[in-house]
Design a protein around this ligand. Sequence first.
Ligand code: TXA
Ligand code: MG
Length: 321
Amino acid sequence: MDWKTVIGNDLDQASHWLRKGELVAIPTETVYGLAGNALDEKAVVKIFETKQRPLYNPLIIHVADAAQARSLVLDWDAQVQALMDTFWPGPLTLLLDRSPAVPDLVCAGLSRVALRMPDHPLTLDLIKACDFPLAAPSANLFGRISPTTADHVRSQLDQRIPYILDGGPCRVGVESTIIGREQDEWKVYRIGGITLADLRPILGSIGIVAPSNRPDAPGMLPWHYAPRTTLTIGEPLDSQGDRIGWLRFSSLGPGVPGERQFVLAPDGDLYTAARRLYAGLHELDALGLDHLIAEPVPDQGIGRAINDRLRRAAAPRILKE
Ligand code: TXA
Ligand code: MG
């Protein structure tokens, strides 16, 4: 179906389409999501089709409060409650054993469901207005750069969805941190907007699951988030004569025209860099250069999430999009 895609901030419009089983792009504090009714298999199928995402890669369900989360899972204990109390609404996704209420397709048949309560007033109001939770992957085509503005969404999903709910630029700018328990031990499956230092006071020590192609850990596909222009980290390849663009951390580098450089954080703040990361990649990608080089950022705090996304953007495409 070819839609005339409308961008606006009308909650009635957004909930109208969602109630009809259609898809709406929604703002969150991390990145924009491509949302549909999580409890309606047909809407969930549309998400996979629209995003061109393989069915083995499951979706995060977005809830308006902890009570709604509880209706979707089997296990609940003091630690889960403490995590929600501390970090929700916010960029923390919890993998919990799912209840039969959750369609298989949302979880790609896995035993756990991914849940989060996004920290964006428009989207929280929207979920409340719909009265059902929203399944939403990032609102980009599979394998491409995540969107942090309504315009980014339109550049990839124009005519594929009826409505983009515009909530302004995303405040955090990298996806949520995903955690779950394996034999009573908490593990990080994707590092994102909540840092390890944020989690330690609640969870103590916490392991990190390395990216892999294992189908049982689909969140960890090493390639992802990639611009169409090839990208390497740090050092130029053998690239003499190529037109190269640079993603820099805090200042312009020598010997390259300023318009081919994007400085993530002129203030040197890693949160600024995270907020501007995808905008920088979108902008450099749009220049149509031969190659992009990204300077890694300090590998601490949210800088770890930025470097993780850069590594994935640079990883060879093992599987074709
Ligand atoms: O910040 C975010 O998390 C954004 C916004 C829109 O909420 N969403 C997002 O969704 O990044 P997506 O689909 O691009 O990434 C979700 C990741 C996927 O890599 C997926 O494999 C993993 O979460 N995931 C989802 N459900 C899972 C499950 N049941 N078990 C294991 N991994 C899961
Ligand atoms: Mg994504």
